[in-house]
Design a protein around this ligand. Sequence first.
Ligand code: NAP
Ligand code: MG
Length: 475
Amino acid sequence: MVFEYAPAPESRSVVEIKPSYGLFIDGEFVDAAGRFKTANPATEEVLADVGEADASDVDRAVAAARRAYERVWGPMPGRERAKYLYRIARIVQERARELAVLETLDNGKPIRESRDVDLPLVAAHFFYYAGWADKLAYAGFGPDPKPLGVAGQVIPWNFPLLMLAWKIAPALACGNTVVLKPAETTPLTALAFAEICQQADLPPGVVNIVTGAGDTGRALVEHPGVDKVAFTGSTEVGKQIARSVAGSRKRVTLELGGKAANIVFDDAPIDQAVEGIVNGIFFNQGHVCCAGSRLLVQESIADDLLESLKRRMALLRVGDPLDKNTDVGAINSRAQLDRIRALSEVGDAEGAQRWSAPCPLPDRGFWFAPTIFTGVSQAHRIAREEIFGPVLSVLTFRTPAEAVEKANNTPYGLSAGIWSDKGSRILAIADRLRAGVVWANTFNKFDPTSPFGGYKESGYGREGGRHGLEAYLAH
Ligand code: NAP
Ligand code: MG
C-alpha cells in the first residue's frame, strides 16, 4: 500500500531575497563590472540579479584581504578570532530556517536536506574550528604555526553554504583572510553569509565574496596576491588550476570528483543496505562528489537486492523541493541535466539496461527520475565517468578479491561503502580500498571532526578535522 501525502510546503516568506546584489569587498556590498541572474531550478523563476566580478574586482577583493590580514586578522590572538567564529556559528543557527529555504530555492535540493543536513553541518563546522583557533600550538604542526596569508577559494554548486563553511571556517581559525567565489548558479547563500559577517562585526576584508562564473574563478586563482588556493569542483578544472599555480609559491588543495563503489556482500542486512544505496546515490539528486554511484553487489544476492531496490525507489517522492515530504529535488541547472541525459544515453547505447522510478515529474524546471542501469561492465563509460546525477550503475562480483579490484578500478578515489555483517571483513576490505573515506553499513555521513579528501584524480589535501588545519598553516 502506498500512502498519500498532503502537500507540506515550507514557507518562502521566511526569506527576503533582494532583487539585486553586489560583491562583498572590504566589509561592504559594492558594484561589480558585470551582472548575471540566478534562478530557481525547480521553477526556472529568476530569483535575483547578481554582480559578476572581473579581474579588477578580484584585485580589489584580494587587496582588501591583504590589508585585513596584515593589520587585523593575522596579528589577532587566536582566542579573539575564536569569538568571531563562535558568533558566526550562532548567527547561522539563529537564521538556519531562512538559510535553508534560500539554499533550497537557489539550488533545488529538498528542504528536508538543507534543513536537516546542510545547515546543521554549516554551524557545526564553524563551532568546531572556533574551538581550534586558540589551540593551534597543540594541533601537531609545531609549537607556533603561522597562517599563510590570503586564501583564494572556489566552490561548486552542490552544497553551496556547506562548501563555504568547509573553506572559510578553518582558514579564519588559522588566521588567514579569504576571497571566496561561489558557483554561478548558487550565489545567494554566500551573499547571505556576507550579511552574517557584517552582523557578527567581523573586521572588514577578513571575508570577501566575489560572485561570477569560471572567469572570475580563474582571475582569483591566478591572482599573484593569493598565497593559498583551495578549490572544490571538477577534476578537469582542478587540473587547469594545478597547472596555472605550478611554479608559483602558492599552496593548493584540490577536492575533485569521484566514482565511489558501494559494495554489498551476501551477508549484508539487505533492507539497511537498500536504504544506504538510496541515500548513497539519490541524496542531493546525486550531485555529490562522494556519491555511491557504482553499486557492486555480490552475484548470489543481486536479483533479490535489485528487486528490493526498485520497490524502494518507486516510493521516492520527486518534486517541489520546498515540500517537506520531498525526497529528490530538482537538477541544479539545464546544463547539468543535459550532461546527465547525455551520459545516460551513452549507457543505453553501450548495452546497459535502464530502469527509472515511475514517478511523475513537474512540467517546469529541471528534473531527472531516479534511475539505475544494470548489466554494466567496467569498460562502460557510465561505470567510469562521474554522472553527478541520480543515476546508479550496477555491477556484480563473486569474491571479495574481485570486489576490491573492481572498486579500485577507477581514476578516482574519494569514498567507498561496505555492507556486511562481519566486522573483520569490513576492516580487511576497507584496508585495501584506495579511497579517502570508507563508510561501513552506512553512507554519506559527514562530521566536522573527520578529515575528508581523495586519492588519485579525486585531488589532494584534506578538509575537516585536525588534518584540515594543515592546509591553512605554514609549518
Ligand atoms: P566546476 O565546473 O569545476 O566548477 C567549480 C567551481 O569552479 C565553480 O565555482 C566554477 O565557476 C569555478 N570554475 C570554473 N572554471 C574555472 C577556472 N578555469 N578557474 C577557476 N575556477 C573555475 O565543477 P561543477 O560542475 O560546478 O561541480 C561539480 C564537480 O565538483 C563534480 O565533478 C564534483 O565531483 C566536484 N565536487 C567535489 C567535491 C569534493 O569535495 N571533492 C565536492 C563537491 C563537488 P562556475 O560556477 O561559473 O562554473
Ligand atoms: Mg540558482
